[in-house]
Design a protein around this ligand. Structure first.
Ligand code: NAP
Ligand code: ZN
Ligand code: ZN
Length: 347
């Protein structure tokens, strides 16, 4: 049995999003029904709604930065009760038995996690994301939003927050470490805030100087424009860690040259086209090139608790649902400060 709920969907890769209705399953033993209040717009929503990564399933209801309250629980639910403030991130299920799931890295499930949207669930039904008024999710894939974090500024943490928190922790961003964040959009601005809260020496590498004041307000210690070639000479061999959040291809060799010996460049941006580099950029200083995708459930909860403790939320622009297509254009033009969040009550 299902309930029909309103949503915003992309009917095809070439068409704008429009209002529609979608089915949501009735709650099962371990399910939670969430009344969604806010849904962040991640650049990945745009890549997928426009089929830039291939394999998109239409109609598509994007949205994997979901915040709301619990409206109903299944009989076996123990973690959440009606009225709890909760979030859902990029996946809603995984096999639960592979080595990666058991290690808490469900995002790297060997069988394949079930994406919150643009995927198929265990019954073979398409999944639909957060640009809708309700979602039904197994309690094990639901996060608790701590008191003190408002739901609107918490929503973007469910993807942007954890996507930066995870590599910053893994590559030991902290006191005495020089960390650069490339691109200060939705992901990047959370990277600046989190890296600063972890105690690292934080540099923003942005296309222009336009966002400098904001970066300093978010906790950045230094700021450089990558449009200025001087930046690359001034910072050669400087960083222990660079996290690249850019949604387009960069000349990786130029960014690798900014790493100290043993430094690591972690890519979290996911551009459409393959990248290339000269291996000499790595071997010349024992550098590493890495990638990282979101975070596991346990780590996502840890990130939410960390953000609540340090008073970190996203910088947001709340929009009504009927402005989603304009918002997409502005994200692509790097004209967002720093995350659009849909007020789901307007759907
Ligand atoms: P976003 O808000 O659009 O931010 C990307 C930023 O990159 C822009 O604000 C801009 O910052 C910079 N940028 C954009 N185009 C550029 C270009 N041509 N050259 C240089 N810099 C450019 O996007 P987002 O939501 O943060 O997502 C960023 C990327 O990460 C997307 O590809 C998304 O799909 C991916 N992503 C990956 C994961 C993961 O798990 N790995 C999770 C979520 C998203 P400045 O103006 O400061 O230069
Ligand atoms: Zn995302
Ligand atoms: Zn698994």
């Amino acid at each position: 049995m299902t309930t029909t709920v309103p949503a915003y969907a992309a009917p095809s890769a070439k068409a704008p999003l429009e209002r529609t209705t979608i089915p949501r399953r009735d709650v099962r033993e371990h399910d939670v029904r969430i009344s969604i209040e806010f849904a962040g717009i991640c650049h990945s929503d745009i890549h997928q709604a426009r089929d830039e990564w291939g394999g998109s399933i239409f109609p598509m209801v994007p949205g994997h930065e979901i915040a709301g309250t619990v409206a109903e629980v299944g009989p076996g639910v123990t973690r959440y009760a009606v009225g709890d403030r909760v979030g859902v991130g990029c996946f809603v299920d995984s096999c639960r038995t592979c080595a990666n799931c058991l290690a808490g890295d469900e995002q790297y499930c060997r069988v394949g996690q079930t994406p919150t949207y643009n995927g198929l669930d265990a019954d073979g039904e398409p999944t639909y994301g957060g640009y809708s008024t309700e979602v039904v999710v197994d309690e094990n894939y639901v996060l608790g939003i701590p008191e003190g974090l408002a739901l609107d500024v918490a929503a973007p943490l469910l993807c942007a927050g954890v996507t930066l928190y995870s590599p910053l922790k893994r590559w030991q961003a902290g006191p005495g470490r020089k960390v650069a964040i490339v691109g200060m959009g939705g992901l990047g601005h959370m990277g600046v805030k989190i890296a600063a809260a972890l105690g690292a020496d934080v540099t923003v590498l942005s296309q222009s100087l336009r966002k400098q004041e904001d970066a300093e307000r978010f906790g950045a210690d230094h700021y450089y424009a990558t449009s200025d070639p001087e930046t690359f000479t001034a910072l050669e061999g400087h960083f222990d860690l660079i996290v690249n959040t850019v949604s387009a291809n960069l000349e990786l060799d130029r960014y690798l040259s900014l790493l100290a010996v043993d430094g690591t460049l972690v890519n979290v941006g996911a551009p459409e086209h393959p990248v290339s580099l000269s291996v000499f950029s790595l071997i010349g200083a024992r550098r590493s090139l890495a990638g990282s995708m979101i975070g596991g459930i346990r780590e996502t909860q840890e990130m939410l608790d960390f953000c609540a403790e340090h008073g970190l939320g996203a910088e947001i622009e709340v929009i009504p649902a009927d402005q989603v297509n304009e918002a997409y254009e502005r994200v692509v033009a790097s004209d967002v400060r720093y995350r659009f969040v849909i007020d789901v009550s307007t759907i």
